[in-house]
Design a protein around this ligand. Sequence first.
Ligand code: SF4
Length: 372
Amino acid sequence: MPSLYVHIPFCLRKCFYCSFTVAISKEHHASRYVACILREAQRYQGETLDSIYIGGGTPSMLTEGALRKLFKELPGIFRCAPGLEVTIEANPETIDFAKAELLFSLGVTRVSLGVQTFHEKYLRWMGRTHTAEQSVRAVAALQSALLTNINLDLMYSFPGETMSELESDVKHLAGLGCAHVSLYALSVEPYSRFYVQGIQPLPRDTEAAFYEDVRRRLSRSGYRQYEISNFCRSGKESFHNKNYWLGGDYIGLGVSAHSHRQGRRSWNTAQLNAYMAAIESGANPEEGHEVLTPEQQFREAVAFGLRMNQGVDVQRLEERYRMAAPEALEARVRSFIHEGWLDEKEAGPGRPLWLVTDRGRLVLDTLMPYII
Ligand code: SF4
């Protein structure tokens, strides 16, 4: 069963590190855009979904009317599996008790809140449009509205950041008692303002030391790491994101959204006006696609699977892609095991399980191109 991703591109202002497809000061297009999303969804009429994720952008900026339309009509187009996880991304300044209650009443089961840091100086420096106080109030509003399955995004590796500043962020975050934490090092992406300004994150070894420190502190606060950047309390893993890491199928709706169906990966145009014009004229908003061979799918499943602490059950992939693990890939994995970056255990008798080691976790991004 596929999962569904809906991209809502609107944001109040572009954060200085951001390179996503976002639309600033275009909220007046929101109701037209939601109508386009629903029309695009008709292409998948009757599909059964495993999870829904409304991301962006800042989906929580949508008006009550637009949110109601989206959440009322999507379930009429798709079939929803029982206990469906429905996540929405939100920025703290857009959440008050009324908005939280509305989201709960519309069937949202999980909220991912872009808190990033509790230090005002870094929030301002990154161009975020909220304060630390607003983050705390947003969490309280969600919890009061019984939306307790909350992820908090935490960012680190700001130029000049000290270990004690990061420790205070983790302490503050853990004190809010949320279910899930996504941890990101500042990344200066091409086309972001920070990229143009030549901003540099912390040196790699400092970043690695910070990462290890946060992992330890989150673990002591009751958050179990289950993916390289994700930590949760018992039973609160992100079902939707696990589907990506396990190489599952997904349908993407909206501008720049990507889809993956049994090895066919496609992506929509990244231009808001072109997307809406295509949908309204009955055309396909798809800008391109590629068809992955079983070997490419196998390699990607290994690369993404290694991000997860549960590791990669090689036999499961061999059964799924109906092929033996590619010899060149096995040789590469062996060399990484020799370096101490990967490890091999058993998923069951005679079933190899490939895992990333603590050392390997620090360099996994640089190993990926050699696996894919
Ligand atoms: S709120 Fe998120 S999507 Fe919007 S500009 Fe900031 S980082 Fe980018």
